[in-house]
Every structure is written in C-alpha cells, then in structure tokens.
Design a protein around this ligand. Sequence first.
Ligand code: NAP
Length: 293
Amino acid sequence: MSNTNQGPVTVLGLGMMGTALATAFVKNGNPTTVWNRSADKADALVEQGAVFAADIKQAIEASPVVVACVSTYEVLNGLLADAADELKGKVVINLTSGTPEDARAFAVWAEQNGVRYLDGAIMAVPQMIGLPQALIFYAGSQEVYAEHEELLKPLAGTNVYLGADTGVAMIYDLGLLSLLWSSLAGYFHAVALVNSAGVSAEAFTPFALTWIEHVITPSIPQSAQEIDSASFDTEISSLGVNKAAIEHLVATSKQLGINSDFSAAIQALIERRVEQGHAGHSLASLVEAFKQG
Ligand SMILES: NC(=O)c1ccc[n+]([C@@H]2O[C@H](COP(=O)([O-])OP(=O)(O)OC[C@H]3O[C@@H](n4cnc5c(N)ncnc54)[C@H](OP(=O)(O)O)[C@@H]3O)[C@@H](O)[C@H]2O)c1
C-alpha cells in the first residue's frame, strides 16, 4: 500500500497491535519513533529502521503526530498525565480500545490541554494491519482526520470517518464485537450439541457456513429495513414460532449437560416480546427488547 504522506510519526505502545502499526509506518517510509514500557519489544522495529525513545516525553517530542495503542484508556491516561506540556499543539490519534465514554473523556482532556485529538477503533487483528481488508473507524475532529487521512493509509485498506462525536468509533467497535462474540458463541454452542452426537466440528462446519450464507446473511439487511421502518410484520418466521423452537434448544442443551445460559438469554428476550403482544412480529423486533434494557 503506497502513501504520499511519509511524515514523522511516534507510536506509543508496542504490544501485538502497536507493533503492527509501527511496522506499517516503517515499511511505508515514515520516520518512526517508538516507545514501550518493556523496551525489548522495540528491538525488531529498531532493526527495521525505527528509533526507540527510552523516555515517553522524548518519544512525543520526536514527531508532530502521536499514535497510541496500549491496553486500555486507563493506562493511556496514566502515561500521558505528566506529558501534557510535550503534547501541547500535537495530534494524538488513539487506537486503544475502550468505551465511548473513555473516548469522550479523553477528548475533553485533550481539548483542555491544547492537544488535537482523533479517536480510532481497529476492526482487524494485527496480522491484517497494512492489508486491504483491514478497517479502521475514526471519530472526533474532522479537521484532524482530513489533515492525516493520507498518513493513516498505510495502516488499513479502509479508513472510515464517522463524525464529530468522539465516542462513535467505540460504539461501532462494540457493535461489531457484539456481532462477533454472539455469532461465534452460537457456533460454539452448535458444535457442543453436534459433538454430543459424535459429530466433529469439521464435519458440521460446511452446514454452518451454508446456513450463514443463505439464511443469516440475507436476514441482516432485511432486518435493517424492518428496524428502520419500524415495520415488523413477517411472513418468514414469527417470534411465536421462534419461542417454541428456542424452548427445544434450551431443554435439549440442559438434558445433554450443555451450558444453556446463552440461549436462555435469547429465549428471555423472545418471551418478553411475545408477552408484550408481538408474537406475530419478526425476529428483528427483538431490537426493541434490547432497547428496553
Ligand atoms: N490484538 C488485536 O487483535 C486487537 C484488535 C483490535 C484492537 N486492539 C486493541 O489494541 C490495544 C492494544 O492491544 P494489543 O493486542 O497490542 O495488546 P497487548 O499485546 O497486550 O499490548 C498491550 C500494550 O499496552 C501496554 N501496557 C499495558 N499496561 C501498561 C502500563 N500499566 N503501563 C504502560 N504500558 C502498558 C503494554 O506494554 P508492555 O509491552 O510493557 O506490557 C503493551 O504495549 C487494545 O486496546 C486492544 O483492544 C487489539
């Protein structure tokens, strides 16, 4: 991936993700200064041309743009608390994961300290950084994003600016993670069920993939349309039908000694909507049950 902006950049945090980010900048030809609490993690990057700063303040001073990627905002807040003077007038692009409120609180701190801030959420694993399939969401100052869009290109094939609300990148992040965990948990539950009948995960998986392709994937845009128009009438599969079916799943899991907590939680949402008079509505109307808390 080539990039026209080969300006200097500092990367704070060289865990799995920070190392991938710094490596992408080095490969792109950006003069890259790195800092990490555990200095040895910088060795391979220094061999590739990065400069290691032993002190976080020196690392910040080395570049106009600081890209941060540590484990949590709490850690980042602690690391930057004493570096406000060095950060004044600089750009901080924070790719640490957290909550929307973490991001918004950091934006307030940045504003109070004269730091130009952009929040980001990486929707990729470290091995995908720099590849076309990597996606990074950005939120916060549109001006900072526009100025640094080119600088950020070596990190991901797709960069999406979501808006001025600094918390919105983390909202998208958590939404996609919810989809990841719940869909994979559904698969793991399914495997536990088929394993109980002596069927291996590999033997079952082609049917899981076909099910995802032909049933689950098309139902997502269909659900989106229903949700956005608040119109949940269905001729496909009603909550009433699903209520009966999920009872079988929960009962069978219990009978087989398989954990049913995950399906019982979905069952409770379906039952609540049915009790509220929506037995004839589609599964998409469960979004209303989520909104009810
Ligand atoms: N890995 C992924 O697939 C992935 C995907 C998307 C987003 N992310 C996000 O990227 C961020 C970093 O993830 P990672 O995978 O790189 O995690 P990691 O490998 O565990 O690295 C954590 C980083 O935080 C630093 N750190 C932790 N506690 C610290 C402290 N008290 N003081 C100073 N530094 C501290 C670590 O420094 P030391 O090396 O000294 O321990 C290291 O640089 C997380 O917010 C994660 O959610 C990761």
